[in-house]
Every structure is written in C-alpha cells, then in structure tokens.
Design a protein around this ligand. Structure first.
Ligand code: SAH
Ligand code: SF4
Ligand code: F3S
Length: 469
C-alpha cells in the first residue's frame, strides 16, 4: 500500500453515523481522492459532521452536503475534481428546483492549493476548506447555511487532531478490523516535483499520548491492524510519555504493547529518515509487518539530485541491505516517476537497473506531471509525452513481473492471514497477508478479526488463494 496514489485509491466514504435522533438528519456524501491520509481525514470529517447532526449517505442525490476531499499531486488528479463538480452542479440545480438545498464543499489538497480559484471556476461551490482546518467545519457550515461562501485555507495555529471528535465505538466497529491513524502531517523535504509541502504545510508530529489513546480506542473496538500515516511518516518525532522526544521506532515499540493490536504498519517513508531505531523495530517487533513502502523515484543519481531527494542510488541499495539484514522476509514497495525534466535514456536505464537489483513486491509508477509553483515545473528539458509513455510502459511491465513473481514465490508456503471481510463470492472470506495481498479463504476458515495460518494454493491477478494450514 502506498500513501499517494490517487487514481487507484478513490473511495466513497459512506459510513453511517449516529445522528441526533430528534431532528430529521441531514445527509452528507463524502468522496475521497488521493492518499490514505485523505481517507483518514474523510473519516474524521464524517465524525465531526456526525456531531453536527449529519448522517453519511452513499447516494449523492440524497445529500444535503456533498464534500469532495481532493488530491493535487498530479494534474489528472486535480482536473478530476472539476469534472466531478460539473456533475454535482447539475444535481444541485435539480434539488433546488424542488426546494431542497445541496451545499457543495471542496476539502483536501486542491482546496489548499487553489483556494478561491475553485469558486471562480465552479460558482456552485459553497465552501473550500484546507486540510489544516477540518475541526472548524461545523462553524464554517453554520456560516455557509447563513448564505456566505467561505474559503478557509489558513494553516490553523491550533492542532486539528486535538479538536476533531473521535467516532463513537459502534461506528469504529463498523469500520472494520484494520484502521489508519495519522501520526504526522506535512513535509519539509521539498522534492522539486512535489506539491505536498505546499498543500499540507510543514511537518507536524502528534504527541505519543494522543496517538496511544487513539490506538487504544481502535483496539477496544476490535481493530487488529493499524497503519500509521504521514506524508513523511518516518520523520515523525513526537513528545513522548516521558516528555522526551521520541522517534518512530520507539513509538512502534510502545504501540506493540497495546493488547489486541496484532499488526502494525507505517507509510510513507523517506529513505533519509530510516534510522537505526526504526530498523531495530523491524528486527525485534513481530507485530511490525515485514513490508516496507520506501519510494526511491529514480535510479539515476543525476535525476535524484535534480529531484532534491538528497541520496544516491547506492545509498538506497545500502540502506535496503541493512533493513534486509534486520528482517530477512521483508518485502519492498516503491514509487517511481519517469520523465522528470532532463531524464535521458541512460537515466531511465539506471532506474530499470535499480528495479532489477531491488526486486519489488509491489510498486507505483507515474509519468512526471509538472505542478505549478514547484521548481521542477520551471526546469529545462521537459521530456516529450510519447517518451514518458514508452518509459512508463517498460517500467510497469518489469514491476508487474516482479509483483507476480513475488506472489508465485509464496505458493506452497504457510503464512498468517488477518481475516478482514466477507468475500465477493458466496462461501468466501478475504484476509490480508503480511505483505498486504488479499488472501481468499473458505468462509469457515475463521471469523473476521482472526489471524489464521493458511497455506497458499495459487495466485490470482492481485490476490492469493489459500486453505487452512
Ligand atoms: N512522501 C512520499 C511521496 C508522496 S507523493 C515520498 O517522499 O516518497 C506520492 C508519490 O506520487 C510520490 O512518491 C511520487 O512517486 C508521485 N508524485 C509526486 N509528485 C508527482 C508529480 N509531480 N508527477 C508525477 N508523480 C508524482
Ligand atoms: Fe513530496 Fe518529497 Fe515530501 Fe514525499 S518527501 S511528500 S515526495 S516533498
Ligand atoms: Fe494527494 Fe494531498 Fe495526499 S496532494 S497524495 S491528497 S497529501
């Protein structure tokens, strides 16, 4: 799993929330684009709105409030929002014709990056709210209902997490046995292709006590697997229970003590922040799953430098050696960009070469998309689209082959699987392998939330089939 893939990670968050029983409940439809941090934020906004009398719906035409939680990482991701807004505007008009209101809100990274421009381009939009101010959503909505249009994109001085209400226990139980928990937000790295430092602001780490309390609530609601999230999660350095500054490794050791939490993960990490303590956590904590998303973007030192990644290909490979020495069964996942300005054939071959050396269990790869305001956009020697296409195809063919080989390599072996949900087909349940593959088992193999030993019998396109060991 990776933090940032936009097109592949859209979810309509339609979890029901207990609304005030008395007043007829208003309904909110939330659509989430982008990375897991947006998925997490959408849930927390849904929780804040539940406290304000809104129930979630997955029928957009029924919604009194439509909220798009958006992503700005590539041009395609951002443009999607405007085409969606076109459709919603028509629905708003239809509802208005029968005397019913539909408020339209844009949240997330497009909101932060484009602010008032969104209302200029799409006048049907009533509110624009940036990721740092979600705790103010109920107040903002009250003003919007009073007829104002609002753009709220200041970086708030107060901590949004401290002010966002937690979901009710019943709601948490409904959300299932795996959960996200944002521990860090923002980024200070300023890779030259990336909008995140501008849309999410500078790095903020939540304190240990807050994180532990949230993790304990999740465990109490039956959650077995928690993924810690941050744009730069391994740069997390929060105030510890002893008032000292802790790093992510130490936090993982602490979270592993919580009864019921059997599995821990974290994403997305930067190679420069993989320190000894974190590597030791991979060595010593069975709960820390042997799967690491560690994007490298390119295998060419020249391009890595132009991207401001501040490490070389050799540094990355040496780091992987240390991590693999600590945890032999660790599998790697990564992100790649092809066609960064100035990328030559030789640079691209260096990327192919690095991928060949690493052997990824899964990976995400993208064509470089120039983003306004980032240094990369103004660099010379942009790569023609056709060349980007060709490179992406070659890279993806290699990565897909590695992913399939990884799955095939598991056939016949016995692994732990966390049973997550009923399968799409009757008689099946779907679990999760330590390496995040869906594992299809007989429904009688165990109950949701159980971790069972299974033998892998064959692979599907993206999944594994297994029988009770
Ligand atoms: N914090 C993570 C990545 C965040 S963005 C890290 O440092 O690795 C998620 C992924 O989107 C990136 O890893 C990168 O591969 C891709 N990406 C970011 N900006 C992009 C752009 N302008 N064009 C194409 N891909 C981009
Ligand atoms: Fe973007 Fe680089 Fe920060 Fe990752 S580390 S979020 S790619 S600026
Ligand atoms: Fe997209 Fe913002 Fe996440 S730009 S990838 S939603 S941090």
């Amino acid at each position: 799993m990776d933090l940032n893939t936009i097109e592949r990670n859209e979810t309509d968050s339609a979890s029901q929330s207990a609304a005030a029983a008395s007043a007829p409940a208003k309904k909110v439809f939330v659509k989430t684009y982008g990375c897991q941090m947006n998925v997490y934020d959408s849930q927390r906004m849904t929780d804040a709105l539940a406290a304000d009398g809104y129930t979630a719906t997955d029928v957009i035409a029924d919604a009194d409030l439509v909220l798009l939680n958006t992503c700005h990482i590539r041009e395609k991701a951002a443009e999607k929002v405007y085409s969606e807004l076109g459709r919603i505007r028509d629905m708003k008009a239809e509802r208005a014709a029968v005397g019913r209101e539909m408020l339209i809100g844009v949240a997330g990274c497009v909101a932060q990056a484009e602010g008032p421009e969104i209302i200029r381009r799409s006048p049907a939009v009533d509110l624009v709210i940036g990721p740092q101010t979600y705790h103010r959503l109920p107040d903002v909505l009250a003003r919007v209902r009073g007829g104002e249009k609002i753009v709220e994109t200041e970086y708030a001085i107060e901590d949004k997490f401290e002010h966002l209400p937690q979901p009710k226990r019943a709601e948490m139980i409904k959300r299932g046995v795996t959960a996200f928990l944002t521990v860090q937000e923002g980024c200070d790295k300023f890779c030259t292709f990336c909008v995140v430092p501008y849309t999410r602001g500078s790095e903020v780490s939540r304190p240990v006590a807050q994180i532990v309390a949230e993790a304990e609530r999740l465990a109490d609601a039956g959650v077995r697997e928690v993924t810690l999230l941050g744009q730069n999660v391994n740069a997390w350095h929060g105030k510890g229970e002893d008032s000292m500054e802790w790093g992510l490794g130490r936090l993982l050791f602490r979270l592993a003590e919580i009864p019921g939490l059997a599995r821990l993960r974290y994403t997305t990490s930067h190679p420069r922040d993989m320190n000894d303590e974190l590597i030791a956590a991979h060595r010593d904590l069975p709960a820390l799953m042997p799967y690491l998303h560690l994007p490298v973007q390119s295998g060419s030192d020249r391009i890595l430098k132009a991207m401001n990644r501040r490490h070389t290909a050799k540094d990355y490979l040496a780091l992987l050696e240390r991590i693999r020495a600590a945890r032999g069964d660790i599998a790697l996942s990564g992100d790649f960009i092809v066609g960064f300005p100035g990328e030559t054939d030789a640079d691209f071959e260096a990327t192919m070469d690095l991928v060949g050396q690493v052997n990824y269990a899964s990976a995400f790869s993208f064509k470089y998309s120039p983003r306004p305001g980032t240094p990369g956009a103004d660099m010379p020697d942009h790569v023609p689209e056709a060349v980007k296409d060709e490179r992406l195809q070659r890279l993806q063919a290699l990565l897909l082959k590695q992913q399939q080989d990884f799955g095939l390599g598991l056939v016949g072996s016995t692994i732990d699987t966390l049973i997550e949900k009923p399968g799409r087909q009757a008689g099946q349940k779907v679990g999760r392998s330590p390496w995040l593959q869906p594992v299809i088992v007989d429904e009688k193999a165990g109950e949701i939330g159980d971790i069972i030993r299974v033998r892998i019998t064959k692979t599907g396109y993206n999944s594994l089939f297994a029988e009770l060991a």
